[in-house]
Design a protein around this ligand. Sequence first.
Ligand code: DHB
Ligand code: FE
Length: 287
Amino acid sequence: MAHIIGSLTTSHVPAIGRAIAKNLQAEAYWKPFFDGYAPVHEWLRKARPDIAVIFYNDHGLNFFLDKMPTFAIGAAPEYRNADEGWGIPQLPPFKGEQKLAWHLIEQLIARDFDLTTCQEMVVDHAVTLPMALLWPDHERTGWPVRIVPVCINTVQFPLPSARRCYALGEAVGEAIRSWPSDERVLVVGTGGLSHQLDGERAGFINKDFDLQFMESLVHDPRWATQYSVHELVEKTGTQGVELLMWLAARAALGTDAGPGAVKRVHQNYHIPISNTASGLMLLEPAG
Ligand code: DHB
Ligand code: FE
């Protein structure tokens, strides 16, 4: 059966793409952010994932307000990036892992998750930037993993609840572990942490909540499911709800073993990157 080797969660601010393109990683503004990824690179070299299942939120590139699935999954042979209007460079296409995607689709629909299945899909900065952050050598080595993107709507209300996203993550985790193969799967969650890009509270960041949330993923992973989406918006900003991706990714590691079920390998938290509290967290199943 396939192995889930870890859960890696990270922010996905578009400005990161421009910093990479302009080689600004060592500048004072960017250093505390990019330095956070060094231990992850070290871990990835040893952990050698074959596949990344990526919980992310599309921001209007593949889905727009005219058609907005609550949950969608990619089963495409390839995923391309396209111009999103941020002026960030486009990255080379990612190879899709179609067999696992269809296994997930079958398992999840059998468990009453009504997914939209996408055999064609473009992916935005919420997929491309985490991939570039995890594998900065990709221009030389190519992307070392095949991907399965799982998209959660955080753009158009009503959004799925934290409770439902947690359940989705748990079901994805169980489905991965039931896939007959020896592949090593990294579960990724992208977005957050607290941020609000517009309106009266533009620039809003809530460090206390973010740190409590990160801590909860280690010791009490269902903690955030006590909050409604509106409460999460109040606490973390309109776009801070992207933390739902972190919740789904953590849930994929499983909670059967209770507290102590995961080992924290690394985390970083830095304020701000653009308008966002940038967070990074790597968890391993403790067994
Ligand atoms: C920013 C953050 C995001 O998550 C995003 O999708 C777009 C912009 C920002 O802070 O600039
Ligand atoms: Fe975002």
